[in-house]
Design a protein around this ligand. Structure first.
Ligand code: PMV
Length: 330
């Protein structure tokens, strides 16, 4: 007889930051982006998720950073687990304990690393042997950007909802200085922000037309290892995304965001290639080469409203750290 044993699986995933942003979803089910995106997975920030399927549980449970998760986060987690159960035949509920070593739900891509780690832990614990591309499909339905965190280095997500690796971490001499401007949660979630933008922004059609071009330019610059070109287009992509959203009344910038952005531009005007990118939150991420990292970090630390700086670099994709006792025979 084969008896399932409650084995705990531990998965680790890093957030990723899009160098060519997606913003907006296709008006169909499946959480599929309206435009392609390309990101870098960031070692130096991580989500660690432990998951146990347990026959004694009546419902799925999620502890996030030491506390029971909010209802909306638990709901999204249960949805993902339901998809994994449907695929695998696993019937037990799961206990999930997840921890981020950086601010959660604040525009630092915690949902990307969170759902990547969850999808990997759940599929592994349920005994599914899937490729990273297939785990990414599961993660994407919960958080589209999470699909890219399954992969190390540089990854892309296309408008069919498929994510894949584009280049290894060593492709580019790149450091990402994450200038944290608040520890608070963001006020407008990305899904709401995207819905409002598609409904109200005057520039949405222009974005749908131009974002694929920005993505192609970022990819070409990456493959050519052209850092200044990549940085310039990445900054343009971020500013276009925020301009688009702002036109719909969705404003993620704070005074610290604009001060940090201005400082990056001053640094660049002084001859150091440094470029800014900003996601659905107030933090500014600065793209620099290793040789400029220290000097640029020292400058950014002086910016009013920058609380601290996380120094990150291209890292590995999501991975299993502790194997499960999947099933034992007795
Ligand atoms: O997929 P979400 O809900 O995590 O939204 C991601 C939105 C951006 O980070 C701003 C852009 C991107 O491509 O990651």
């Amino acid at each position: 007889m084969t008896r399932a044993r409650a084995g705990t699986v531990r998965a680790v995933a890093h957030p990723n930051i899009a160098l060519a942003k997606y913003w907006g979803k296709k008006p169909i089910s499946g959480n599929i982006p309206a435009v392609p995106s390309l990101s870098v997975t960031l070692a130096g920030m991580a989500t660690t998720t432990e998951l146990t399927f347990d026959e004694t549980l009546g419902a799925d449970a999620l502890t996030l950073n030491g506390e029971p998760a909010r209802d909306d986060v638990l709901f999204r987690t249960v949805k993902l687990l339901d998809r994994v159960r449907a695929l695998s035949g696993e019937t037990r509920r799961a206990n999930v304990v997840s921890r981020n070593d950086f601010p959660t739900a604040s525009g630092l891509a915690s949902s990307a690393s969170g759902f990547a780690a969850l999808a990997l832990a759940a599929t592994h614990a349920a005994g599914l042997e899937l490729s990273a591309e297939d785990v990414a499909l599961i993660a994407r339905e919960s958080s589209a950007s999470a699909a890219r965190s399954l992969f190390g280095g540089f990854a892309e997500l296309d408008t069919d909802g498929h994510a894949r690796a584009v280049a290894p971490p060593s492709q580019l001499d790149l450091r990402v200085l994450v200038c944290v401007t608040t520890e608070a949660k963001k006020t407008i979630g990305s899904t709401t922000g995207m819905i409002e933008t598609a409904k109200k922004s005057l520039f949405y059609d222009a974005w749908l037309e131009s974002a694929p071009r920005l993505y192609a330019e970022v990819k070409a610059a990456l493959l050519a290892r052209d850092f200044p070109r990549l940085g310039e287009v990445a900054e343009t992509s971020a500013l276009a995304m925020h301009g688009l959203a702002m036109a719909a009344g969705i404003v993620y910038f704070t005074p610290a965001t604009t001060s940090a952005l201005a400082e990056v531009r001053r640094i660049r005007a002084g001859g150091t290639p440094a470029y800014a990118t900003i996601d659905a939150g107030p933090h500014v991420k600065v793209l620099v080469r290793e040789k400029d990292r220290e000097a640029v970090a020292a400058r950014m630390k002086q910016v009013p409203g920058v609380l601290r700086i996380l120094e990150t670099q291209p890292g590995e994709g999501a991975r299993i750290e502790a194997g499960p006792a999947r099933a034992v025979s007795s």
